[in-house]
Ligand binder design. Structure first.
Ligand code: BJW
Length: 270
């Protein structure tokens, strides 16, 4: 693994961020030569927008809430009102959040390289709100509702009557948030789109994910097998940090603008 501060150490973030000219030569080459960039983002990507991560000690959602009681289909079947209310709280939190400079830098990256796909594990919609268009929502979307039995998207829901959750207007089953819970399959369209994006990936950015939830973390391994240059941006080492060619121990909101700046203003690579 190469880093700005020397072999196998954490990148000298401040220097790298403040003086992008000092990015490691290998990384500059990979950035300028990249035709197909794939970004995998996780909860750390949205942390600076005020959206809590999952697994960080103290502040992570799973430090305060039991995922088995809130983020599984069994939990929803057991206590739909509890789970629905938790997700309403999460929706309110995200509704107040704004994309930050890192989200905007990724949107800009899309205009500067031939192809750039963001595969996000986040359900908050902040990449799209920042302007990214090629976004794969691997774990669904917090603001979508689905029928708990049939699984189809419910475009309109009457939330005004009775105890939550509302009912599917077609079959009367509970409506549920359109996210992927533990034990549930990733939507087939998302899996296929991610696979297509990775088929000829040459630069892979892993941003703000602990790389501990599969199959999302498997995308990093897939990119490594395909021979892509792997870059991690994270405030801590992720579970797959050892696979990375370059690591930035830095917040996404600072490191991503620095990386995208390093590409210059020359438009898409010829
Ligand atoms: C910063 C920062 C800053 C902070 N800047 N960085 C193989 C091995 C073992 C287990 C499994 C396996 N394959 C499958 C499993 C089971 C399970 C799993 O992976 N479990 C592991 C936890 C052990 N996977 C599943 O159940 C998946 N489904 C499945 O496998 O289905 C099989 C199937 C097939 C066919 C039919 C039926 C079934 C589904 C997983 C769904 C995950 N869902 C959640 C909740 C989504 C809804 C919601 O939001 O409520 O998704 S769990 C949660 O974890 C959420 C996240 O997307 C996901 C990943 O977390 P993420 O994004 O990495 O966040 P954190 O908190 O872990 O990390 C944040 C990082 O940011 C940290 O590293 C910080 O350092 C960093 N950071 N601030 C940069 N400013």
């Amino acid at each position: 693994m190469e880093s700005a501060s020397g072999a196998n150490g954490a990148t000298d973030v401040d220097a790298a961020i403040e003086r992008t000219a000092e990015l490691p030569a290998g990384l500059c080459e990979a950035l300028h030569g990249a035709r197909n960039v794939v970004v995998l983002s996780g909860a750390g990507m949205s942390a600076e927008s005020g959206v809590p991560t999952f697994r960080e000690a103290q502040t992570g959602l799973w430090a305060r809430f039991d995922p088995q009681a809130l983020a599984t289909p069994e939990a929803f079947a057991r206590d739909p009102a509890l789970v629905w209310r938790w997700y309403e709280w999460r929706r309110d939190l995200v509704a107040d959040a704004e994309p930050h400079a890192g989200h905007r830098a990724l949107a800009e990256l899309e205009a500067r390289v031939e192809r750039c796909t963001v595969i996000t594990q986040n359900v908050d919609g902040l990449h799209r709100r920042a302007g990214s268009r090629e976004v794969i929502e691997f774990h669904g979307n917090l603001f979508e509702n689905r029928c708990f039995v049939e699984g189809h998207v419910l475009e309109t829901l009457d939330t005004s009557r009775g105890e939550p959750p509302p009912r599917c207007p077609d079959c009367g089953a509970w409506a549920r948030p359109g996210v992927v819970w533990f034990g549930e399959a990733i939507p087939a369209a998302a899996l296929e789109a991610a696979d297509a994006a990775l088929s000829d990936v040459d630069l892979f950015l892993s941003v703000g994910t602990s790389s501990s939830v599969y199959p999302a973390a498997g995308l990093i391994e897939q990119a490594a097998r395909r021979g892509a240059t792997l870059v991690e941006i994270n405030t801590e080492d992720s579970a797959l940090a050892g696979l990375m060619d370059f690591r930035f121990t830095a917040p996404a909101g600072a490191a991503l603008p620095a990386l995208v700046d390093a590409l210059g203003n020359g438009g898409p690579h010829p």
